[in-house]
Design a protein. Structure first.
Length: 473
């Protein structure tokens, strides 16, 4: 698959008219020409940091202690699990190389038609589920805030609150990349300030030598440690679309810088906030993190904390909605990106309202998302292996060619290597999983869940073997 590569464009920091914060982004999944590339890799840190100073990280950090780990064990799990942000960083380097979002770059992995299925499942459906979960979490904090203002959280009030939060979130997603880059630095600073104060209060009360009354040992300990790592890793593994936010950078941007700032932007705040949740769990009951943390905070600061929870969720959901909109286009829906974001939002809002007002839908979705690493781990691995095999050399215009004569049509529009890699990895991972159900291998191992490392390892090895010799150097 020979490719031609134009000379790198000169580095520019000024946004073109197509990507200004005050205008709705005109590009969707189409190729970003070199003349419209701009910005610096360092901007990616705030983009990822703002999305990862959030409520879910607090919940997950506290959950590790509730699972029976000591504080020291929980902190080690938090660091190890968040190392998967390195993979998110690796995927991001393909954005400047191709001038295209991840949803298009993966045509090289799965083929034109195969990639539509990939985007429908890992790009759109899972993103909408995460959107609904995060929106419900933000709504819970907003309901408490409304209550402190003396307004009863009636059904009508709840609907209005959910729609307001979704409205702000989708406005950012619709305006797109330029507004995200502009807004997320001040959002990061604001959230860091609030969570810094929360951290100070928690550190004053935390039990740094915390060990549970009945410490885990043997197979139970290993099962819990690996389950904890998987739970933490589910965060970075859900971002198989990191090139979406780096594709406007000039082609000659340093790959190391793109990878580093992306990874650090996710790693540092995730470690800090998850650790904060674990520390809090040593002194308060984190089964209800919001109420537990409020009990430690000064009364005047509680509303500020609740607002920060809502703001952090808006930041992460705006990115999720943005990528889901691109995924919907990549599936083959002929619709403008701004409108596809609204479609995503409408579905997520409907699911959230149904969950909050009618049923326990979120419990079902939560159980499903526990299993997403079975698919997302292999999917992220084959993408990363493809980047390594191609030495990050992607021809953006060639990726836009969906015809049978195109370089990425493969066999009937499907790349057998990509399909075999991700499906093979997912199948083996499913045998090892121990979350919503227990696979046969996990049962033999006494409940130890090796789905994540085994699934990723099998997927990467299969893809590398099947693609060997098929990629032009």
């Amino acid at each position: 698959m020979a490719a031609t590569f134009p000379d790198p464009s000169p580095r520019s920091t000024e946004a073109p008219a197509t990507d200004r914060a005050t205008r709705i982004e005109s590009h969707g999944i189409d190729h970003i020409p070199d003349g419209e590339r701009h910005g610096r890799p360092g901007e990616l840190f705030a983009v990822w940091a703002a999305a990862n100073v959030n409520y879910l990280s607090l919940v997950v950090g506290g959950a590790l202690v509730l699972m029976g780990l000591s504080l020291a064990q929980a902190l080690v799990v938090i660091v190890v699990g968040n190392l998967f942000w390195l993979l998110t960083g690796v995927l991001a380097i393909s954005g400047p190389a191709a001038g295209a979002p991840s949803e298009v770059i993966t045509r090289a992995v799965y083929g034109v038609r195969g990639n539509r299925v990939n985007n429908a499942v890992t790009g759109w459906a899972i993103s909408v589920c995460y959107f609904a979960l995060n929106l419900a979490a933000a709504a819970g904090a907003a309901f408490a805030l409304v209550g402190k203002a003396g307004i009863g959280a009636s059904t009508g009030v709840k609907i209005v609150v959910v729609l307001l939060i979704a409205g702000v979130t989708l406005t950012i997603g619709v305006y797109g990349h330029g507004l995200i880059v502009r807004l997320y630095l001040p959002i990061t600073l604001a959230l860091a300030t609030v969570f810094g104060i929360v951290a100070y209060v928690v550190l004053l009360h935390a039990d740094f030598g915390y060990v549970p009354d009945a410490p885990l040992s043997g197979a139970d300990l290993w099962a819990t440690l690996i389950a904890g790592v998987t739970l933490i890793a589910a965060g970075p593994l859900s971002y198989t679309t990191s090139a979406d936010f780096s594709r406007y950078l000039p082609r000659n941007s340093s790959a190391k810088a793109v990878m580093g700032w992306t990874a650090l932007g996710g790693f540092l705040p995730s470690v800090a906030v998850c650790a904060l949740g674990a520390l809090a769990a040593t002194v308060v009951d984190m089964t209800d993190p919001q109420a537990a943390l409020e009990s430690l905070l000064p009364g005047w600061f509680a509303p500020v904390f609740l607002l920060a929870l809502v703001l952090g969720t808006i930041a992460i959901n705006a990115m999720t909605a943005y990528s889901a909109g691109l995924a919907l286009q990549a599936v083959g829906l002929r619709i403008r990106r701004s409108r596809s974001v609204l479609v995503d939002g409408a579905v997520a809002v409907a699911l959230t309202l149904y969950a909050l007002l009618v049923s326990n839908f979120l419990d079902t979705v939560s159980n499903v998302l526990q299993l997403t690493v079975v698919l997302l781990g292999p999917a992220m691995t084959v993408y990363a292996v493809d980047i390594l095999l191609r030495r990050n050399r992607y021809d953006g215009p060639a990726l836009m060619d969906e015809s049978r004569a195109g370089a990425f049509w493969y066999a009937g529009g499907v790349n057998p290597a990509g399909a075999a890699g991700v499906l093979g990895g997912a199948a083996v991972a499913a045998l090892c999983v121990n979350t919503a159900y227990t696979g046969p291998i996990a049962r033999v191992l006494g409940g130890v869940d090796l789905a994540l490392p085994v699934g990723m390892g099998v997927a990467g090895l299969l893809y590398a073997l099947l693609m060997r010799g098929r990629i032009s150097r």
